[in-house]
Ligand binder design. Sequence first.
Ligand code: SAM
Ligand code: SF4
Length: 336
Amino acid sequence: MTVNNKAETPKLVDRFGRSVDYVRISVTDRCDFRCVYCMSEQMKFLPREQVLSLEEIEQVARAFVELGVTKIRLTGGEPLVRRGIDQLLHKLGRLQGLNELVLTTNGSQLTKLSEEMKAAGVKRINVSLDSLREERFNRITRTGKLNQVLAGIDEAIRVGFERIKLNAVIMKGRNDDEVLDLVNFARQKGIDISFIEEMPLGNIEHERQETYCSSDEVRALIEPHYALTSASDRTAGPSKYYRMADSDCRIGFISPHSHNFCHECNRVRVTVEGRLLLCLGNEHSMDLMSVLRHHPGDLDRLKQTIIDAMDLKPEKHEFDLEAEPQIIRFMNMTGG
Ligand code: SAM
Ligand code: SF4
């Protein structure tokens, strides 16, 4: 496929016939938290010149939207600690053809930024929350403050995003006894919740095979209390959703280990260094930063590079908790 100027929107399609219409862009590798499953205690962050500028991120987003992408998720690191994020959101919110501008956050800045995000056109947000107990929240996030995040969630509810979803990574012996409390919290707030299986991305301090908790195990903790029926609604993401009889809240499970969803993968990622990553669990990538920096303003070249990269998208990922981490990059670099 080559870039052309025909009226119809070109589609990004890989070798296995999967259309890509969803991009996750990591806008920073930095974060005000140091979650134990995501970062090591002594994280080193990239020098500024190795990180895409806000203008470069906007160009990447524009190229994808012109290639038929309809959904963009900004993530990181913590996207809301990047200076100028509010202006970027406003620019992306105006891109013709982009139906959904969404964001994943740790919630720490939501009291300050929710209004601005909503005004920019952000429709849905995911907020990570792994514990409702202050001391434990502190142990998992190392530097996070629970009250700040809870206030942020309340502010997000107040400004009225179309949908708010909590994301919780459940770890054995760390927070698996809070699964039900987290479900009840979501029910009480009238928001959704997804449980994520821990993935072996980056070298961290704990043994992941000891903390790994499968989606089936999490589900088994919920089902004695709430019968779960499979929800027919699909989203563009990897969550499999369930409903409870007496609530509008949905419970999702993101199961990269136990329920492989690669066959329906419709997304790619752009790392903070401008690497177009074709699969979360593989290293296949294309360097967009060099195109942006060697050919500034050449949107057609950028689009052609993205089209060519589709041939690199692998069929599926394999995660092996027993082996040495195959993926050295951390989740904050990749964009979760
Ligand atoms: N800082 C934001 C946040 O925490 O929501 C956005 C970036 S974070 C990398 C995105 C999501 O990835 C979060 O929900 C986080 O819990 C999840 N995550 C990070 N490391 C993970 C890992 N090793 N396995 C599974 N999920 C992980
Ligand atoms: Fe920061 Fe999000 Fe990683 Fe936690 S999961 S350290 S909040 S990027």
